[in-house]
Design a protein around this ligand. Structure first.
Ligand SMILES: [Zn+2]
Length: 97
C-alpha cells in the first residue's frame, strides 16, 4: 500500500514538472508512475521541440530547428541565423488569438 502512495507522488511530481514545461501532465504522470525514478528524471530533462525557435534553410527553404547545424533535407551547413522564426507554439497562439 505504501508503495502505491510513493509511486503516486512520483507520478504527480513528474506530471507537474512536465506541465510547467508545456508537456502532457497525464502522459508524464503515467511514465513517472510506472518507472518512478527514471520517469521523473526524463520528465525534467524532456523538452518539447514545438517550443523551440526555428529558421528557414537558405538552400531548400525547409524550416528547421534553430539549433540544427545542418539542414535535415538538403544537408546545407547552417550558420547561426540572425533572424529566427517563431516557435510552433507561438505561431499556434497567434492563429487562435
Ligand atoms: Zn536545406
Amino acid at each position: 500500500m505504501g508503495l502505491i502512495v510513493i509511486l503516486f507522488f512520483f507520478g504527480l511530481a513528474g506530471g507537474i514538472v512536465a506541465r510547467t514545461k508545456g508537456n502532457s501532465f497525464l502522459l508524464w504522470f503515467t511514465i513517472s508512475f510506472v518507472v518512478p525514478f527514471l520517469g521523473l528524471i526524463a520528465a525534467a530533462l524532456y523538452r518539447s521541440d514545438s517550443r523551440e525557435l526555428r529558421r528557414q534553410c537558405p538552400g531548400c527553404g525547409r524550416v528547421v530547428k534553430l539549433h540544427d547545424a545542418v539542414c535535415t533535407r538538403c544537408g546545407e551547413e547552417l550558420e547561426f541565423p540572425s533572424v529566427a522564426i517563431a516557435s510552433e507554439v507561438a505561431t499556434a497562439r497567434q492563429r487562435t488569438a
